[in-house]
Design a binder for this molecule. Sequence first.
Ligand code: NAD
Length: 502
Amino acid sequence: MTDLPLIPHWADGRPLDGSSSRRGDVTNPATGEVTAQVAFAGAEDAERVIGSARAAARGWAETSVSARTQVVFRFRELLNQRKEELAAIITREHGKVTADALGEVSRGQEVVEFACGIPHLLKGGYSENVSTGVDVHSKRQPMGVVGVISPFNFPAMVPMWFFPVAIATGNTVVLKPSEKDPSASLWMAELWREAGLPDGVFNVLQGDKEAVDALLDHPDVKAISFVGSTPIARYVYERGSGNGKRVQALGGAKNHMVVLPDADLDLAADQAVSAGFGSAGERCMAISVLVAVGPVGDELVAKVADRTRGLRTGDGTRGTDMGPLVTRAHRDKVASYVEEGETAGAKVVVDGREVQPDGAAEGFWLGPTLFDNVSPDMSIYREEIFGPVLNVVRVDSYDEAVRLVNANPYGNGVAVFTSSGGAARKFEVDVEVGMIGVNVPIPVPMAYYSFGGWKNSLFGDSHAHGTEGVHFFTRGKVVTSRWGDPAVKPTGGLELAFPQNK
Ligand code: NAD
């Protein structure tokens, strides 16, 4: 037993401690302190939480679309008023700096705002008289209970990529947050309650693999939205779809930023440093490879190095630029990549291991590291590091840059920096990547477009939010109907040939 607070599940509109005795530690990465324990669901807890979602499913699906939208709108209003509270929770458990945590909440809020327009997005089609006296209409209906499984790096935004759309379209949700920073999920659950969401429509199942497997195997869960690392995404996709569920599983990334010789190098250097080291590189859209094309290499590296040396690493509540890594184990793993890169012969231009953080000695600190002369066979290039490590790869031509990007097994985001519209347009066509930035390093689509990568960055065929999100959380029906005109005597008779339009 311990005196630490327990972070519970959430079912039937209230916290639920659950019956499993398994727990996980939750830490403050800026101090190294264990601040709470989170419940780890067992089979009984999963049954209870999924049961809460199942019990609410029919009533919510039958609630009018206007009434559903009004609840989503109230959630948006409350979130907007109180977003600082949520940002503080994110900083405390994830470590990202306050401004970045607020940015995360705002990007999630955009999806809530998008979901407020759901009546328009749920409109079906209607065709009159497709055959004499026969009309056709289409409609989309909710899936039922849906599971959302999210990663540690965006404890509020990633769940909000999915649940506003799922709820607005009439589904009930079980969110399985990351066990590393689970408190944001409960804060959002309380907010839904205040917004007037009926009990059981939004639920939280805390835990690890056991909780995930329960969602993947439970027959009442009809769809799964997963975000996390590629091996787990592939596993979730295969197990969930093998059980007959609809699954979208977003995986890891290795995002390149290609700098062409005609680029504005000051702009490129600013953006590379912001996108490489923001959130300590713990973003699936972080730039981790800077591809310097032709003669720009030396000047670009010098400008990036200057800016990197100026970054202040420290406690995210103190106005620093970059916070700690999420856990000590992750910090050590990222530091081991820095060692591997050095041993493999990459040039360490700025060494994050030498950081002097503005924060407690026990925090999970690693400063920004800049490598030059990285080659594609090195582990620091091949693997997703998910930390503050920016690799410069030098290539001779545009074609070589595109070949490098396309040979990479990931295809989440990519950016090109250039002053040529023609070059940018060609790049957009040539690269095999889902989200492309032109002089924009982190091209996260707005809520009304859809978010998702290609290749090993996404398993399944639907991206998150936007119209693809609406499609993912609904099933289509097409109704063909014949209603006789009461003034006209019906003509009947048998006809066994396949129905044709008349
Ligand atoms: P992770 O894969 O370790 O965990 C993601 C979720 O899966 C968590 O809820 C976790 O509890 C669960 N999980 C962990 N191990 C499991 C297992 N063996 N079986 C079943 N479930 C398991 O990822 P993370 O470390 O929390 O997040 C970072 C990763 O997420 C990075 O790879 C990053 O690129 C990726 N990510 C991708 C996107 C995207 O949009 N493509 C967005 C954010 C993060």
